[in-house]
Design a protein around this ligand. Structure first.
Ligand code: GDP
Length: 475
């Protein structure tokens, strides 16, 4: 529980019918008492009795009166004051809202008056942060507040409202409950090994993980991708070793010279992205700096960016050169992308020798990828086939597969969900490989940790700072 009292103007800057100055914290009600005088009509009201004489009593509700500077006695405005004693308030602290007339100078003057009485100016999102820290909402709901404010369409608005009501939180909590039960049973099996057969049976635990953890997490991940498709567009990125033809491919897909093509390896140091459409499906296509060992600091920054891009991508175009066959760099890239959805694009088809097909087959076998597409980025050969393959690979995100699951995880949730899925598969593998129960329990606990991160349970300060700093002041 924080001890400071914060205040901010909660309405947008500018002229309007009303402006609201919001105060939260232990001094809220005493500040209100200092600067607010109830109207004559209401002088014998509950407010005067309760708020002025016994501020913590149930002085809940709207009160009519005047805001005045106590030092000078000068009346600033006729207002309505909303008093919400904690814990039944947005922040669970005592909250007072002064609903004054909506002039920028007026609201700023009232705010300044509140600050002189002992409140400090609220940081962006601080009211919501306190609501989160005081356990009134979880992190998904806090994020939904921001989504609600920033919603750009009816659809986004509805999804944010659902999330605010706890839809995502409840789904995550249900999966967490299953994981907690599995971990508890695993620990009991470790502590009472003689009963291990009865306690942690493969036949029971595997379907439980598959049906009650893996499937619902996969559905949420699916919903993330669908939301991307409906919102800003799916992200398709091009990766490959230097000089394999990434920039050429980008230009070719966009049908314009957007990126410099050069035969000096490592030319594309910065990444470039551009929107494009294939059969009505919108994409963001991004070129990357490549992934290879380098000592060059600028190139290293490019590589970090590429890793971020890989993390965010809905589909990766993995460009390979059949002339060179698989090289160390290709293997390095494959390591980075193998858990993501990727499509192999064999470039420089125009230079192919007769044995190209065999090479392609060998690469597919070695990298366990689907056959991919042969193109020549330089001469625009087979680009339509590549576009069709991109469309097919992503079309699943277009149709709402789970319309009843009305949530829209954001990128942060998506990262946690992916980690949860990875750990859940680790747990399944541990059981299938007959490893000691400890291994499975460790993975289950990791999966739990990832879901707890979605809800913000024991969230680190820097994560909270980065989330709440994106809010507006006064929320
Ligand atoms: P990046 O480093 O992966 O972005 O590769 P670039 O697109 O800059 O291409 C590197 C070199 O390969 C340039 O000289 C291109 O002209 C050449 N190149 C790219 N695609 C093809 C292709 O399909 N066929 C041939 N023959 N050369 C290509």
């Amino acid at each position: 529980m924080q001890l400071k009292t914060i205040a901010a103007i909660a309405t947008p800057e500018g002229h309007g019918g009303i402006g609201i100055v919001k105060i939260s914290g232990p001094l809220s009600i005493s500040i209100a008492r200092q600067i607010f005088t109830p109207s004559i009509l209401n002088s014998k009201t509950r407010m005067e009795e309760k708020l002025l004489e016994n501020p913590k009593a149930q002085a809940r509700g709207f009160f009519h009166g005047f805001i005045a500077n106590p030092a000078r006695g000068q009346v600033l405005d006729e207002v309505l004051m909303l008093v919400m004693p904690g814990p039944h308030s947005y922040t669970r602290e005592d909250v007072v809202e002064i609903h004054c007339h909506g002039g920028p100078i007026l609201t700023r003057t009232i705010l300044a008056l509140v600050l002189t009485q002992g409140a400090v100016l609220a940081e962006p999102g601080e009211f919501t942060k306190i609501a989160f820290l005081n356990g009134r909402i979880d992190l998904t709901q806090a994020e939904a507040v921001m989504d609600l404010i920033n919603a750009g369409s009816q659809n986004e608005l509805e999804i944010a409202a659902k999330q605010l009501s706890g839809e995502l939180k409840t789904r995550i909590e249900t999966i967490l409950a299953t994981l907690t039960d599995i971990a508890a049973e695993g620990e009991a099996a470790i502590d009472f090994p003689e009963e291990v057969e009865g306690l942690f049976q493969k036949e029971k635990i595997i379907p439980l993980i598959l049906n009650d953890v893996v499937t619902p997490v996969e559905i949420l991940i699916q919903r993330y991708h669908q939301a991307q498709a409906l919102g800003k567009g799916l992200k398709v990125i091009i990766v490959g070793k230097p000089n394999v033809g990434k920039s050429s491919l980008m230009n070719c897909l966009l049908e314009k010279d957007r990126v410099i093509v050069s035969d000096v390896p490592g030319t594309t140091r910065d990444f470039v992205e551009e929107g494009m459409m294939i059969k009505g499906l919108s994409f963001i296509l991004a070129d990357t700096a490549g992934l290879h060992e380098t000592q060059n600091r600028i190139e290293q920054i490019g590589l970090e960016k590429t890793r971020e891009q890989i993390e965010e991508a809905d589909l990766i175009l993995f460009v390979l050169d059949l002339q060179t066959g698989i090289e160390t760099e290709d293997k390095l890239i494959h390591e980075e992308i193998k858990d993501k959805k990727f499509l192999m694009v064999f470039n420089k088809k125009d230079l192919l020798e007769a044995n190209g097909l065999i090479k392609q087959y060998n690469i597919c076998v070695e990298l366990k990828g689907s056959p991919g597409v042969w193109v020549s980025a330089k001469y625009s050969i087979n680009i339509e086939a590549l576009k069709k393959a991109i469309f097919d690979a992503l079309s699943e995100f277009q149709t709402p597969l789970y319309p009843e699951v009305y949530v829209s995880p954001n990128f942060r949730h998506f990262q946690c969900l992916r980690q949860c899925l990875e750990s859940s598969h680790g747990a399944l593998n541990a059981i299938n490989d007959g490893l000691p129960v400890e291994f499975c329990v460790m993975d289950i606990k990791n999966a739990m940790g990832s879901l707890e991160d979605v809800l913000g349970i024991s969230a680190k300060q820097d994560l909270l700072d980065s989330i709440f700093s994106r809010f507006c002041i006064g929320k």
